[in-house]
Ligand binder design. Structure first.
Ligand SMILES: C[S@@+](CC[C@H](N)C(=O)[O-])C[C@H]1O[C@@H](n2cnc3c(N)ncnc32)[C@H](O)[C@@H]1O
Length: 445
């Protein structure tokens, strides 16, 4: 949290100087004045600010002493487009702030004396999955991300997106502008699979025959394997144009992901997530059962199957059948199961050696209690939301687990989002071994 300490009294214009002490959850400076807290966007910890209250809101007049972590934003759309919140902060400082968010979540769950974290930050222009907002304006289309809490901003430049996707945007925008089905707002998910870009467009009006022709021409011209349309009312997705099969390799598994399938945001971060998950596994022999929850199309399933026998669960039916098809002949058993409605119960986990879970943003609430009551002593939890992590980890803390390793992976550069991989264990021998390994390492958090 960014707390601003008042340093001087009001000057003749009513201005005061204050020092920022930290960042709020959404990346804004956090000010404390007369017992109240106020956020000041675009400010960084340790900065001395000149502010003035206009009504009940602080107005930033000047940054008197900038932080040594302040840098020039790398994109001209920064502060207009809502895709990035912290381009004014140096990348190492950003990674440390994200690490503190994960540490706070684990501390809040009751874990103290944490080991040193592993940290990794993705590179610019590597984002291979993006949810675009579309809006019709007179004579054209806006295609980009939402401004903070507002309308879409046209993406004329982007330091996040993979250039292979960015370079498609001008032609894509042009094609979309001619679609009769886009009358107001619409949305588009683009995934960059190994076979190429995969598009899923959602418009409130249905596509006409002429719209379909325009999409087909676009896919032909750009060698796009598949372009799909999703009906926002019933979420049913249909393929509008397909020029070749859709294919993506997850280590040893070659999958055909469905439209708008979950894909880790950048390939290098995915590699680090996989590496952290594998290094969090306890010693296994190849017959041991790894139960994987929220498996998607198999990002972790295939690497895990090199270490043990994987029983994987996924709630989205198309992703589950993609995983099933790709698992043929491998040491993987996959199931389509809604784990929030039908969580695995302690007796379902009797033969499991380790659980790996990668829940969606809301966390794995319904699954945590049965998991904590099972005989499982080792868990690797992948989180994309520290708030959900804190709640879920608190259940494990109560059940006697310790954190023996944790990695922070910044795969959503310049945003406030953070990915983490946490290894929990209640195997006392393993905890003891890890503790003695840590004895000579750097001071703990
Ligand atoms: C963060 S993704 C992880 C996917 C995969 N581990 C990966 O790295 O590609 C979360 C996954 O949980 C699935 N999911 C969401 N709600 C679910 C539920 N109630 N039951 C089972 N799976 C669910 C989503 O479909 C998605 O595939």
């Amino acid at each position: 949290m960014t707390v601003v300490t008042i340093m001087t009294s009001e000057d003749i214009t009513g201005a005061i100087s204050v020092k920022v002490e930290g960042l709020g959850y959404s990346g804004d400076g956090f000010v404390k004045y007369n017992e109240e807290k106020f956020f000041i966007p675009n400010t960084l910890p340790d900065e001395t600010l000149k502010i003035r209250f206009s009504g009940s809101r602080p107005e930033l007049i000047e940054i008197l002493e900038p932080s040594q972590n302040r840098v020039s934003p790398v994109c001209n759309l920064f502060n207009t487009c809502g895709g990035c919140a912290l381009q004014h902060m140096s990348l190492p400082a950003l990674l440390d702030w994200k690490t503190s968010k994960v540490a706070n979540a684990l501390n809040g769950a009751g874990f103290s004396n944490l080991p040193q974290p592993n940290q990794y930050q993705t590179s610019p222009k590597t984002r291979r999955r993006m949810d675009f907002a579309i809006q019709r304006i007179p004579g054209n289309i806006i295609l980009g991300l939402h401004r903070r809490n507002g309308d879409p901003v046209d993406m004329q430049e982007c330091q996040l997106l993979d250039e292979r996707l960015f370079n498609l945007l001008p032609d894509l925008r042009e094609m979309l502008s001619h679609l009769g089905a886009i009358t107001g707002r619409a949305s588009l998910v683009i995934n960059l699979f190994d076979s190429g870009a995969d598009f899923t467009l959602s418009t409130s009006a249905a596509l006409s025959a002429s719209d379909r022709m325009k999409i087909a021409d676009f896919t032909q011209k750009h060698h796009i394997p598949r372009f799909s349309w999703q009906d926002p009312k019933n979420h049913i997705i249909e393929t509008v144009a397909q020029t070749q099969s859709v294919r993506h390799t997850f280590q040893s598994g070659v999958a055909s992901p469905p439209p708008s399938a979950f894909l880790q945001a950048t390939p290098d971060a995915e590699e680090k997530i996989v590496e952290s998950v594998l290094s969090g596994l306890p010693a296994l022999n190849r017959k041991d059962i790894i139960t994987e929850l929220f498996a998607g199309c198999g990002t972790l399933t295939f690497p895990l199957s090199e270490k043990g026998r994987v029983i994987a669960f996924e709630g989205e039916s198309q992703a589950a059948s993609c995983l099933k098809q790709a698992s043929g002949g491998k040491r993987i058993e996959s199931h389509n199961r809604d784990l929030m409605r039908r969580p695995l119960l302690p007796h379902d986990l009797k033969s499991t050696r380790v659980v790996v879970l990668d829940p969606p943003y809301g966390g794995a609430s319904a699954q945590m209690l049965p998991l904590s009551k099972s005989t499982v002593s080792d868990i690797v939890y992948i989180s994309c939301n520290p708030t959900a992590l804190e709640k879920d980890a608190a259940v494990l803390k109560k059940a006697g687990f310790s954190v023996i390793d944790w990695s922070v992976i910044d795969q959503f550069l310049w945003s406030t989002e953070v990915e983490s991989v946490i290894t929990f264990s209640r195997d006392q021998k393993r905890i003891k071994r890890e503790n003695s390994r840590r004895t000579h390492s750097a001071p703990s958090h």
